[in-house]
Ligand binder design. Structure first.
Ligand SMILES: [Zn+2]
Length: 352
């Protein structure tokens, strides 16, 4: 199978992460990519660097003011007197609670500080000198994966880092800057009439939900820890079903903290049944490993072998499939999780 990755994606190197009132060690470490690349290498898969697609596929999902902000924020921030090492907000932006809106109106202030408060949703998305380049190439990796699927090469793996599923049309949050899965799904929509996004990261894919919330041509289904207990807290509830034309095309399946393989997989089966009913012609899998029992910010009890079962389900589903990397922060286990998933997806080809 084909896989995509650009070493530029490893340059994003966050220095700070706010956790329970304390600046703590960052979780999205560049070493995550090494672990995942090793898993690919052990299976004889050599990732290809994506072409440079420019901004067009990104602007199909994100607003231009947001993209202009992300691409220029670090340089503008660096020019502030006494600027800290990374761009971070010091005020929580107001979310308008208007699900019928794709995005908010543009920020009314041109100040870099105001725009940082407007476009960065939390303290998990610092912008350093290489963040924009890494995020842009991560998005291109998703586009290249989608193109490989369209070319009929079978399932493709986009090793996206930074991740994307918390990024909304005009807001970065939760380690995510550009929504790679949404960008990939939109690319697939150019070829397939109905596309499904199945998100099995332990966190609700709130950005992906928001992007497609008003649409009936892309169904989004997310299996995640009940947001009563877990980030992103404010979305991911079962009663969020879409709005307008999109009503009935968003499915949230929260599971209780502590859930194990059996619950996790049964819930994925429920999501896949709905996707089958929808008549999807292509599938995007947002694949995170933070459901794993050892994840440092996880609350579930899924085992490494559990991810093989997820891969097998995707294989049995038999749709053109783009797999997009999302979260998973225990560097010592994420390579094995990916490897097991790929073995399941490829039908036990194992290391061949
Ligand atoms: Zn996650």
């Amino acid at each position: 199978m084909r896989a995509f990755f650009d070493p530029e994606q490893s340059r994003h190197d966050p220095q700070q992460f706010m956790q329970l009132g304390r600046i703590s060690d960052p979780k999205d470490l560049p070493s995550r990519t090494e672990a995942l690349l090793t898993a690919l290498s052990r299976r004889g898969i050599t990732p290809e660097a994506p072409p440079d697609y420019g901004l067009d596929p990104i602007l199909a999902i994100h607003t231009r003011p947001f993209v202009e902000y992300l691409s220029s924020a670090y340089e503008r921030w660096s020019q502030l007197p006494d600027a800290g090492p990374e761009v971070l907000p010091n005020a929580s932006p107001y979310w308008n609670g208007r699900p019928e809106w794709t995005a908010r109106p543009p920020c009314r202030s041109g100040s870099i500080v105001a725009q940082t408060n407007y476009f960065l949703g939390d303290l998990a998305v610092p912008i350093g000198p290489a963040t924009w380049t890494s995020a842009l190439r991560s998005a291109h990796t998703a586009v290249a994966g989608a193109d490989a699927v369209i070319d009929g090469a079978g399932p493709a793996f986009a090793l996206c880092r930074p991740s994307g599923h918390h990024a909304r049309a005009d807001r970065a949050s939760g380690f995510c800057y550009l929504n790679n899965a949404a960008i990939g799904a939109e690319r697939l929509r150019g070829r397939y009439k109905r596309v499904a996004v199945l998100d099995v990261d332990a966190h609700h894919g709130d950005g992906t939900q928001e992007v497609f919330y008003r649409r009936s041509d892309v169904i989004t289904a997310s299996v995640h820890v009940d947001p009563v207990h877990y980030y992103p807290f404010f979305t991911g509830y079962a009663d969020e079903e879409g709005v307008g034309d999109g009503t009935g095309f968003n499915l949230n399946l929260p599971v209780a903290p502590g859930s194990d393989n059996a619950t996790f997989l049964a819930t994925i089966d429920t999501a896949l049944a709905r996707i089958r009913d929808f008549g999807a012609e292509a599938l995007v899998v947002s694949l995170g490993y933070d459901a794993h029992a050892e994840d440092p910010i996880g609350l579930l009890k899924v085992t490494t072998e559990g991810f093989r079962a997820v891969g097998a389900r995707v294989r049995d589903f038999s749709l053109p499939t783009l797999v997009v990397q999302e979260g998973g922060y225990q560097v010592s286990v994420i390579g094995d999780c990916l490897g097991e998933f790929l073995d399941g997806l490829r039908g036990g080809e194992g290391s061949g």
